[in-house]
Design a binder for this molecule. Structure first.
Ligand code: GLN
Length: 385
């Protein structure tokens, strides 16, 4: 088999879910809701199954969904993206990201990724023949901080792009307007593009989400990714999107037609209905409120277990320092799945192997779970306290 596939075992998320099932552990590892989506979302899927499109959608996405996305994204982008020229639907934000990376990265190009980071970006960049340069986010005084001078210093002659994930997985950091402005200044000074992964945009608890594409001069340089799975609590639907300038959209559509050709048409119709549904905004507000409450519940449980969680501002994960349980977080996570039976992701998986030396052990817990699930986890974690 091709050398480019070397080191691609099952992802740590898939492995953790498998082990959690095997050991009957409460699964706070892989981030997905464990309760049914709201009735209006299921109703939209039912209607699409009965009377929606059942054959190929146009490869760039159903027109009704691209139109809905233009309206949906306009408040955060500060402009209504052209559904014909700037909006593309994909089979999950993962596919949208891959198409964007293949559309933007030349072999030998460098792309900056902030670390810790979601595990998807580096393999995608490397599959395109690019190289990742990591710039650390550092936990300081209860916040994750980006040293902007380190970002600037990381830009070399081959650096072409930056991945910016906000709200951020795994830390829960939401980049502030000031941070986005200073990042945008570096991006413009150094003539970079930005892959803005904003799949948790509707899940913020303290400060509102801002899109970097909304800043002056950034629309032409930014691909903004979003996800129906995160927005409507249906991660299995695999409907995501990319909003990008016309030239980049043309290139990424060109690539994306060769991966899945088109995303599932009935589910695209269902997402379009969800986005235009009168209950959508009330649902999102309620989801935000209930996730904020669950975040607090989990953070309290982790503190009760003697761990040291850092309060997330967005997304549905919390990172907690776990030094009291050992030195190697992969070993700690493997142990906790068996006893007391709670699955979490080990923090070091969100770092490149070369960045792991000297890391303090951390665990990432998901709180996009039913109260019963979180309470069961809390009860088991108390045995550690
Ligand atoms: N985004 C999910 C998480 O961070 C994982 C999705 C996946 O397993 N591909 O937990």
């Amino acid at each position: 088999t091709a050398t480019r596939t070397q080191g691609f075992g099952p992802s740590a998320f898939s492995e953790t879910t498998r082990l959690a099932l095997e050991h009957g552990a409460v699964n706070l590892g892989q981030g997905f809701p464990d309760e049914p989506p709201p009735a209006f979302v299921l109703e939209a899927a039912r209607r699409a199954a009965e009377s929606g499109p059942q054959q190929y959608a146009p490869a760039p996405g159903l027109p009704a969904l691209r139109q809905a996305l233009s309206v949906w994204m306009a408040p955060q982008l500060g402009y209504a993206a052209d559904p014909e020229l700037e909006v593309t639907v994909a089979s999950g934000a993962t596919e949208a990201a891959y198409a964007a990376v293949l559309a933007l990265v030349e072999p030998g190009d460098e792309v900056i990724v902030l670390e810790p980071s979601y595990d998807m970006y580096a393999p995608q960049i490397e599959l395109a023949g690019g190289q990742v340069r990591y710039v650390p986010l550092e936990a300081q005084g209860g916040r994750w901080v980006l040293d902007i001078e380190r970002l600037r210093a990381a830009v070399g002659p081959r650096t072409r792009g930056l991945v910016l994930n906000t709200p951020h997985n795994p830390t829960g950091k939401v980049f502030s307007p000031q941070e986005l402005e200073s990042i945008a200044a570096v991006v413009q000074d150094c003539d970079l593009w930005v892959l803005a992964d904003e799949v948790y945009d509707r899940l913020t608890y303290a400060v509102p989400h801002r899109s970097i594409a909304a800043l002056p001069g950034m629309r032409e340089r930014t691909v903004t990714l979003g996800s129906a799975g995160k927005t409507f609590a249906v991660t299995g639907w695999r409907i995501g999107w990319a909003v990008a300038p016309h030239s980049v959209t043309t290139a990424l559509r060109g690539v994306r037609q060769w991966t899945s050709f088109a995303a599932p048409s009935p589910l695209q119709a269902a997402v379009a209905e969800c986005m235009t549904h009168p209950q959508a905004s009330a649902f999102l507000e309620e989801q935000r409120r209930s996730y904020a409450r669950r975040r607090d519940l989990l953070v309290a449980a982790l503190r009760g277990a003697g761990l040291d969680p850092l309060m997330p501002e967005g997304g549905y994960f919390v990172m907690a320092a776990a030094s009291k349980l050992g030195a190697d977080d992969a070993e700690i996570a493997a142990r906790l799945i068996r006893d007391p039976g709670v699955a979490a992701m080990h923090g070091s998986m969100f770092y490149a192997p070369d960045s792991r030396a000297g890391l303090k052990p951390t665990l990432r817990f998901a709180f996009c779970k039913r109260d019963e699930t979180l309470e069961a986890a809390a009860q088991r974690l108390r045995q550690l306290g």
